[in-house]
Ligand binder design. Sequence first.
Ligand code: KG4
Ligand code: ZN
Length: 357
Amino acid sequence: MIVLGIETTCDETAAAVVERFEDGHGKILSNIVLSQVSEHAAFGGVVPEIAARAHVEVLDGIIAEALAQAGCGVGALDGIAAAAGPGLIGGVIVGLTTAKAIALVQRRPLIAINHLEAHALTARLTDATPFPYCLFLASGGHTQIVAVRGIGDYVRLGTTVDDALGEAFDKTAKLLGLGYPGGPLVEKEAARGDPTRFALPRPMHGRKDADFSLSGLKTALRLEAERIAPVSDQDVADLCASFQQAVVDVVLDRLRAGLRLFRAKYGAPTALVAAGGVAANHAIRKVLHRLAFEIGSVLVVPPLELCTDNGAMIAWAGCERLALGLTDTLDVAPRARWPLDEVAAAKGRLQRTAAYK
Ligand code: KG4
Ligand code: ZN
């Protein structure tokens, strides 16, 4: 089974071709990602209208490149998958409409993928991780702890009530004049800073639920920076180190709570799986290793290019769904908001549709 995957929910225009074999394992035949980072850098974040226009300009070329690298014509595809949300709606429309056009012309099934579901299933492409596992998804737009129990069977155990983790790194970088995207820059500064110099809060610490809150931390950091202004190079490094240490402590505490909820409801997870750009952070990875060890499980961190937004994860989720006969009709709508928990409902609806035929 060969599926094309299209990803346009944020600032990456991506297309990939993935093959799934009878025994359930997958192989990436091509994976093309074009980042728009330089187009948004001047604004310190993603500008939706610029993103949507950039997707329109390059998507057809990226798809052609993905097919060429995979060495397969469009006729060889068994299905066309696209991220149908959640994300910036202009970009989602571009990707989903393109997928619909190809599906219509080629008379192949369309698979509308939830972007978060694609992140959640990547560990099965890279490591064939069996269900149920605990996903920690931390990117610029999302911070979630999810029990992944099966295809279309996801239970959100925790989420952020305000900013996403990556967003907190990006805002910290912006405040300190470091540039965008902020995560790698904050991590670099933190390496030469003193993590104990500033006493920053650890929001939600000790709570039974597994939710995150990061806006208070961000504000506390800003107040410290204002208090000592003008900031020297060493101040910037110390602020970054103190911020990163606070985030690390928060992740440890919140994930511990999430894993406790997981165990109580579903027993031991087969693995702790990381996804999203924040998984690139070495200090956070260290904490994830420690947590996996604590629960006697393994840590699965897909290679970074598959942790961040890409087309292969969409194509793979498409393979997994297509193998179960879960396809969509051409009137499926793009969605700016689409919680993972609702994906299961869609599965039920699709199965009912199939039963009517
Ligand atoms: O998954 P991703 O590439 O894109 C989405 O947001 O969907 O994640 C990007 C986010 C950005 O907020 C970036 O600052 C953060 O991941 N990030 C990091 C690091 N590398 C990227 N955060 C902390 N430390 C890093 N080394
Ligand atoms: Zn993502």
